[in-house]
Structure formats: structure tokens, C-alpha cells
Design a protein around this ligand. Structure first.
Ligand code: IMP
Length: 432
């Protein structure tokens, strides 16, 4: 048995969908353990593009997929995703944790209202109800899938929650809740009837797989800089996006994790608000955004672009204990005159020794850059041909770039990606 986790080291959108799809070939189970449908994982197989928000990306390879207890699930979105995928004749083998929390329409309403209230401190959320659902989980108001299975308990819990939230909405936001309690209950009972049989004790399933010596791949969502504890707070998501969440969000013991694969995109992108170092505000940023199709998979929002920030990446590597690096979207930087990499921050004339907790400092931090010459702007076919060889067959400038990243972070490279297709990938054998 081998177990591995794939985690984003930046602000999400590093290309987790593609890397999970590549690594899932030899996996028996692919497990999501945090986040919800704020995530948007893209897998491209020839001319077919799959955009997944809740189903683990291993579903495309028809692996057994698990939605762990740490995920917050919008049943309506999950159903739609299942139905869309079924149209493509992909066989879905899915288990949903009975301990996972359920996103309700009121969570989405509260997400929008809270963002408005927060004004300049708003994170620019995806408005999918993620934060309010996690708030209810921590506040012990939440509704879990095991509650949905028991009609009486569900009705009792949702009636209480609904009344409490209506009071909150009216008194704080001066707004009523849009969807009535009766409508919500009836909708959720309909959803349940469609996937009741998938709700199960996923902790037990995972530990049975461990006993049988099967390969398990854990699929992270978002990235380390959006982590609720370690990210650029409060411009973060509401879950832990770093390695500890595998333990808490799937019931998997940390000691049993063999490989921790950290993904870095060759540059930075960020949706939502909040300062970040190395942001590119001129036409080069626009060029990278267009060439890299940097628009949110979930919301369609244009992503802000920056140079690769290795000072932040070092912090992400430390927190996660990354054992292997995957570097994606290297093709996008081809043809630029020079490429910059941020290697440190200067704040009030001093070089910072560690990543600052105070997100306001980032506004006044000066990025320390190292510059690299770029490589040619190859066509997708040319990149495909290059990727059929070894890393040592790639242009010298590209090799210098990735070797600098690996040396700086002190982590070996496992995989590089130079395009969206499976064939645009070079990896060092199976992770399992
Ligand atoms: P929330 O997760 O919807 O509450 O959004 C909080 C912050 O995280 C916002 O800045 C979002 O844009 C960002 N975010 C959440 N999920 C993702 C993701 O999968 N990729 C990139 N950014 C994300």
C-alpha cells in the first residue's frame, strides 16, 4: 500500500485536477477531505473538459471516490455533478461520509450578507455558503448527512437552525431568509432520495482499504495561502487546506501518509481580495491571464496574476512537509523576455525571516526578485513532443528555472506539466 496527498502550495488553481488525474491511474481510492464546491478542478481528456467541484478528480478514471467528513457538501450541486457525469457514460463509484456537513440554502444567503457587512475585510468568497456552513459546524449547529438519514432528527435540527438564522438575519441584516423552512425540508428530502445509498461511514472504508494494502490518494482543494490558520487571514477560505486536514477531514492517521505532493503553478494567480506579494499589475499580467486562461472555474472571475513567490512557497512546503514537487503551466511563461521569481520580502527596510501573520504588512512588503531568461513559446503539439521525453530534453532555460525552484525549496521534482492534456506531463514514474 502507498498513500499520497496532493496539496496546493499557493492560492488554489495550481492544477490539482490534472495532477490528481495523472496520479490516480494507480490509485484504488481518491478522497476529498476539506472544502466544498468553492473548488473547481479541471481535467481535460482530448477535447473533453471536465470541471469538478465536489467529486474527487479520480472519478474520471472510474476509481472509487470518497467525500470525507471534512468536506462541506451542497447536495444540489453534488447531484447535478453526478448527473452531468453520468451523461458521459463514466461509471461513478462514490461514498459520502455520514459525518460530512450539509450546505443549506441559508448558508449561501448568509455568505452574501456577511461579505457585504465585512466591506473591505471581505475575502471575495465564491458565495457557495462554505464559510457559514463551517461556522455552523464549529458552533455545533450543523446538519450532517447522518442527520439527513433520520427524518425526525433532520426536521428537528433544521427547524431549530432555521429559526436561529432567521432571527440573526432579521436583527443583523434586516433581511428575511429567502427560502422557507418547508421548501428547504422538501428539497433536501428529494435530494436524499437520490443518493441515500451512498452515505456511509467512510472512516471505516478508508481503514479497510489500509488493511487490504490498497493505494489511497487524497485530493486537497484550494491552497496553503488560503488556509484558515496559515493563510493570509482573513482573506482565506474557512477550512484547513494543509496536510493536517487529511487527518481531521478523512480520519486518516498522519503517520501512514507516505508522500506529500505539493503543487506550484509556474507563476501566481489569486481570485478574491487580499494583498499578495509579487503581483503583476502591468500588461504582462494581462498576457499571462489570457494565455493561461486564468478565470475562476467556479465563478468565472478574472484571476489576479503575480510572479512565482518562493518565499511564500517555502512557508507552504514547511507547513505541509512536502516530499515531492509538481510544477504546472510552465508552457504559459514561454516567449516572455524575462521571468521573475520572488525570493524574499523586505518590510520597513528589513528582510523578513518568516512569512508575516499580519496580512496588512503584505501591502507594504517589497518583493526581492531573481530574474531568469525564458524559453521558447512552443505550440501545444511541440510541448507534447517535448513531454514525451525526459526533463533533461527540455530547453536549458526551463531546466534552470525548475532546478532553481527545487533547490530553493529543497524538495525534488516529481512531475512537471506543460499543457492541459495527460500527454503534456513528465513524471518520475508512478507515485504508488
Ligand atoms: P470561500 O472559500 O468561498 O469562502 O472563499 C474564500 C476565499 O477563498 C476567496 O478569496 C475565494 O476566491 C478563495 N477560494 C475558495 N476556493 C477557491 C479555489 O478553489 N481556488 C481559488 N480560490 C478559492
Amino acid at each position: 500500500m502507498t498513500t499520497a496527498v496532493i496539496l496546493g502550495l499557493q492560492f488554489g488553481d495550481e492544477g490539482k485536477g490534472k495532477v490528481v488525474d495523472c496520479c490516480a491511474a494507480q490509485a484504488d481510492h481518491v478522497v476529498r477531505f476539506q472544502g466544498g464546491n468553492n473548488a473547481g478542478h479541471t481535467v481535460q481528456i482530448k477535447d473533453k473538459i471536465f470541471r469538478l467541484h465536489l467529486l474527487p478528480s479520480g472519478v474520471i478514471r472510474e476509481k472509487h471516490t470518497i467525500i470525507g467528513n471534512g468536506v462541506v457538501v451542497d447536495p444540489q450541486v453534488l447531484l447535478k455533478e453526478i448527473e452531468e457525469l453520468q451523461k458521459t457514460n463514466i461509471k461513478i463509484n462514490l461514498s459520502i461520509s455520514d459525518r460530512a456537513h450539509v450546505i443549506l440554502p441559508l448558508h449561501k444567503e448568509l455568505d452574501a450578507l456577511e461579505e457585504k457587512l465585512k466591506d473591505k475585510w471581505a475575502a471575495g468568497t465564491t458565495k457557495r455558503g462554505i464559510g457559514p456552513c463551517y461556522q455552523d459546524k464549529i458552533g455545533r449547529f450543523g446538519i450532517r448527512f447522518c442527520d439527513l438519514l433520520d427524518e425526525k432528527v433532520f426536521e428537528e435540527k433544521i427547524t431549530f437552525l432555521y429559526k436561529a438564522k432567521e432571527l440573526l438575519c432579521r436583527s443583523v441584516f434586516n433581511e428575511p431568509l429567502e427560502l422557507s423552512l418547508e421548501e428547504t425540508v422538501s428539497k433536501y428530502q428529494q435530494y436524499l432520495s437520490k443518493f441515500q445509498s451512498l452515505i456511509t461511514d467512510t472512516v471505516h472504508i478508508i481503514h479497510q482499504a489500509v488493511e487490504k494494502g490498497e493505494n489511497i490518494l487524497f485530493e486537497g482543494a484550494q491552497g496553503a495561502l488560503l488556509d484558515i490558520d496559515f493563510g493570509i487571514y482573513p482573506f482565506t477560505t474557512s477550512s484547513n487546506t494543509t496536510v493536517g486536514a487529511v487527518a481531521t477531514g478523512a480520519g486518516f492517521p498522519p503517520k501512514k501518509l507516505d508522500r506529500i505532493i505539493g503543487i506550484l503553478k509556474a507563476y501566481t494567480s489569486r481570485v478574491g481580495t487580499g494583498y499578495f506579494a509579487a503581483e503583476i499589475t502591468d500588461s504582462i499580467g494581462d498576457m499571462i491571464r489570457e494565455k493561461g486562461h486564468e478565470y475562476g472555474t467556479t465563478t468565472g472571475r478574472p484571476r489576479r496574476i503575480g510572479w512565482l513567490d518562493l518565499f511564500a512557497a517555502k512557508y507552504s512546503v514547511q507547513i505541509n512537509g512536502v516530499t515531492d514537487l509538481a510544477i504546472t503551466k510552465l508552457d504559459v511563461l514561454g516567449g516572455l523576455k524575462t521571468i521573475k521569481v520572488c525570493t524574499g520580502y523586505e518590510y520597513q527596510g528589513k528582510t523578513l525571516a518568516s512569512f508575516p501573520a499580519n496580512s496588512l504588512w503584505l501591502k507594504d512588503c517589497k518583493s526581492i526578485y531573481k530574474e531568469f531568461p525564458s524559453w521558447p513559446d512552443y505550440s501545444p503539439n511541440e510541448w507534447g513532443e517535448l513531454a514525451s521525453g525526459e526533463i533533461t530534453d527540455l530547453p536549458k532555460e526551463l531546466q534552470n528555472y525548475i532546478n532553481f525552484i527545487s533547490d530553493f525549496l529543497k524538495v525534488p521534482i516529481y512531475l512537471i506539466s506543460v499543457g492541459p492534456q495527460r500527454g503534456h506531463t513528465i513524471n518520475k514514474g508512478s507515485i504508488f
